[in-house]
Design a protein around this ligand. Sequence first.
Ligand SMILES: Nc1ncnc2c1ncn2[C@@H]1O[C@H](COP(=O)(O)OP(=O)(O)OP(=O)(O)O)[C@@H](O)[C@H]1O
Length: 890
Amino acid sequence: MGSFTGACEIVEEKDVVRLAKHSNRDMERPAALKQGSMEYDIDKLFQSISIKPSPSRVMMGSSSFHRLETSSSAGPSRTTSPSKKSAMKMPFPIGTPRSPRVGPSDSISLKQALRDLCISKASEMAAQKRLSKSAAASPRVSEADRIKSLYRQVLNESAGRSGLLVDKGKSLVEISLTPVDDIPSSSQSVPQRFDTIETEPSNSISEPSQAEFLLRVNGNSSGLKAVGYQMLHKSNTSGSSLSSGSGDFEIEIDENATTSPPVVIEDVSEEIDNHVTSPPSCSGSKVDAEEELDKSIVSSALDSGLEGNLDQGTSSGSENRKLVLTRNIPRPKPRPKRKILLKKKLRIVVASATKIVEKADVPLEPSASQLLCQKCHCAVKSTSTENNPPTNASHSTEKCSDGVSSLSKNASPSDYSGKGVADEQKRGNPTSNEKFEFSLSSKDSIGEYSSSTSMSEESNLSRFSCGNKPHMSMDVRWEAIKHVKLQSGSLGLRHFNLLKKLGCGDIGTVYLAELVGTNCVFAIKVMDNEFLARRKKTPRAQAERVILKMLDHPFLPTLYAQFTSDNLSCLVMEYCPGGDLHVLRQKQLSRCFPEPAARFYVAEVLLALEYLHMLGVIYRDLKPENILVREDGHIMLTDFDLSLRCAVNPTLLRSSSPPGKDPARMSGPYYNTSNCIQPLCIEPSCRVSCFSPRLSSTQARNPKPRKPKRPDLLTQQQFRSLPQLVAEPTEARSNSFVGTHEYLAPEIIKGEGHGAAVDWWTFGVLLYELLYGKTPFKGYDNEETLSNVVFQSLKFPDSPLVSFQAKDLIRRLLVKDPESRLGTEQGAAEIKRHHFFEGLNWALIRCAIPPELPDIYESGATEATSPLGNSNNGYLECKAIGDHLEFELF
Ligand SMILES: Nc1ncnc2c1ncn2[C@@H]1O[C@H](COP(=O)(O)OP(=O)(O)OP(=O)(O)O)[C@@H](O)[C@H]1O
């Protein structure tokens, strides 16, 4: 292009327009050219060009023109030249501008030709420019596209999840995000954030005509996303919801809720709207443009009145950061009423979430989750130290008919011996886990597993494995154990001073132990794994451990930790200083409990059994020896190695004849019609007597229908006619020969298969023993005892005097046919309704004053002997050999 002496620029369209606009000259233009068209503009431009070419120059111009034409068609040299900055700019040879009217006609035709060329070139370039503009996506276009695509994404997501209606045509979402450095890509993060909102129950979010989501998060940028999610999630779990009928949602999330005052959030949607629709000030690369957009939208929101600081790199925890999700649909100006209402609702959501965090954070530093999980993790962690992790000791679910020595109804009493069972076992019951072993005394537990409708060892446990023990959550012993674990990494026997041997059972020895450096005492059950394996009792130990992990009930033991030290499996449990009911009964005058005391104990046992059954655990080893007395005089049912785990299917019974009217079960004259078992009748007082005076016998014989004290309370009759939820393993069956001779249910002895009803049989035996000081079918020896259980009818001694109600309950429980036994059909609820428990406030029995308080064992940490120490006060049968402990377990 050096042939041209001068250069003008064909400038961009708008400049041309500007030029044309500002030209004061009266220019000729072809009539065909439309004003405002490009041709018109070029023509106008050329009118301002004065060309006076010499012939040579004309030639040159022609050749140049030719070249120009060529290049315009093919354009390799020009368009591909790297030296050209822009295809938009084309040097063009011109001379000093002169009037177009001056000059010969050839110059006019040249001018005309040039004008035509320029028009076509300009059109071409304008087209190219348009193309390149759209490809490069000018910020303004990209904003709109991006926002639209985000909106579509969001709406699609939300529509898919919560059934929100998507009005693609009208709705537009502007999403202003927190600092860009938090969010790598807005298109990635936005749906995620929105998702957290949409995880709320769909029915709680109604489609608003105008919706505005405003999340404010106080916190640093790194934690922002997680906190936001977590809190929303928690608010979800807390049952609160984001709801709006009006369309405005405002959520304030304050990470430092305790320190930061609530922030007033104002409506910024309008400002954001304005910003989005106005072109950004400048643009660099596409990414820059998007970042800029994000920043500018947020800053626009801030400028418009939002409090806070969006300093991206330097924000501190105390600074407020805002996360604005605005779903913006054209709407009338703000409606403050709605907003206030919703703000309140949503604050509740966030407040509840915050509360959870605060609560979790309070007790101990490093984190809430640590504390929350500690209660379960203490066991979990200890498990990790186990040398022998639990194996799957699942029992088959099929019914085994030959698993035990089954006694036919015609069998002679002499056949009722454990030997037969043992022989059967030896013959090889493939489903049996354990050999039958004779109990040494009629009160020793018999443990022999056969088949059963039980669950696998660890199956169904996951829901408990991370469970807390809410009723013991304030127990300092959790903290003590956690502290030791944190310090030492794991818990072991070395952390305990063994103070005293509490008792020795079939599978282990129980010690009173003090956690070193604390005043916390525990009962540690120590089991020798080798011994268990040799005696094939490992499954029993595992069963017990699994069940203990599940429990969280005031009348059942709390398992604080479990670990294996030196091949010794240890269960760290709550210590009961009151001994067991067997010992306690021996201490009573005439070796039996007064009826109120017996009623108190069996009532608590009944609640424990009910809970176990609901968990799908059939206890199977009820006896006074396994009922321990806590420090506060209440009971604790222990020893689960013979328990059976099985599935429990809660069923809703709707009976036309209320259970209380069942003639087979409830026909006794004392069967009460007013026992209060519904929570509505609970009186809100603590330390109440859980027994109220019974009806006098005349009253009882002629029970009058009682008026409910309050009209809003259901009468017992009405209550009974309501559907009843039965969550008992009523269908469970086992053929194992387990239990204690004097307590064995007839169906176990007969080997007919047994279920949860065995616990109601043993419950009857227990009540009998507590009241009479002996079991009902005790024979000269075990054989005779078993025979009596199956054949002998129930008799009551003349002394001590026991109420009719007590005898009636015992009679109904000690029904030999399990199908007719009280409790078989509806579980504990049936038994609770018996007249014997009339007036008992079941819900508050744990607050009732127990019959007696035990003498508390003074642990005396200083007197205690550590198993690793030198001194031995005679309590312990263990000694330290280096780092190892030697136990005399049995
Ligand atoms: N938490 C506890 N607090 C106080 N004493 C306890 C505790 N747990 C168990 N004991 C005592 O230890 C003795 C043996 O405990 P346990 O019954 O658990 O052993 P076991 O081997 O399972 O017995 P079993 O032969 O009945 O299966 C019990 O008689 C009881 O007196």
